[in-house]
Design a protein around this ligand. Structure first.
Ligand code: GAR
Length: 188
């Protein structure tokens, strides 16, 4: 699931292609027509669907469409890779314990929108990213993995975002592998 540029989506596809992650990306869903993630899926040959929130009556209706799409592809695990919509129990319960989000802060600090801007405004010297399970409270589910980066005195939004994103691209495939392993073990 992606809303924007899709660099995390591409990092997951690459990790599968190079064998680092023993998984397959079977479906991308985007909510913004023509977003970067969609172009990446076309280039990488990954099936994609547009589920535009503007043409759904409610958050729940959008999430039900997502569930239908993902179930039709028999997915085992769902990744919110830059999905800029609040999700509801409709999606969360359908993929309980199998729905991941990546967030550009060291949670529980700086939940919600513009986490990088929040970190800069707060003057912290350490920032980072978190991969966590999704629960109903925003950015509050169980933390699976985190990576920290320094904040430099001359950082601006772009430079700090780039440093965090480089870690995201490493962290997200590793966290997917961790959760997959955990699910595999719990299934005996
Ligand atoms: C990533 O930095 C991700 O952490 C953030 O959106 C960016 C998507 O980049 N997600 C959130 O802020 C969710 N609250 P990408 O489209 O290049 O992968």
């Amino acid at each position: 699931m992606a809303s924007g540029s899709g660099t995390n989506f591409e990092a997951l596809v690459n990790a599968c292609d190079n064998g680092q992650l023993k998984a397959r990306v079977v479906q991308l869903v985007v909510n913004n027509p023509g977003c970067g993630a969609q172009s990446r899926a076309e280039r990488l040959g990954i099936p994609w669907n547009l589920l535009d929130h503007r043409s759904h009556a409610s958050r729940e209706a959008l999430d039900q469409a997502l569930v239908n799409c993902l179930r039709s592809r028999s997915v085992d695990l769902v990744v919110m890779a830059g999905w800029m919509r609040i999700v509801t129990p409709v999606l969360i319960q359908a993929f309980e314990g199998r729905l991941l989000n990546i967030h550009p802060s060291l949670l529980p600090s700086f939940k919600g929108i513009d986490a990088v801007g929040q970190a800069l405004a707060a003057g912290v010297t350490l920032a980072g990213c978190t991969v966590h399970l999704v629960c109903e409270a925003v950015d509050a589910g169980e933390i699976l993995m985190q990576a920290a980066v320094p904040v430099m005195a001359d950082d601006d939004h772009a430079s700090l975002s780039a440093r965090i994103q480089a870690q995201e691209h490493r962290l997200l495939p590793a966290a997917v592998a961790l959760l997959a392993q955990r699910l595999h073990q719990s299934q005996g």
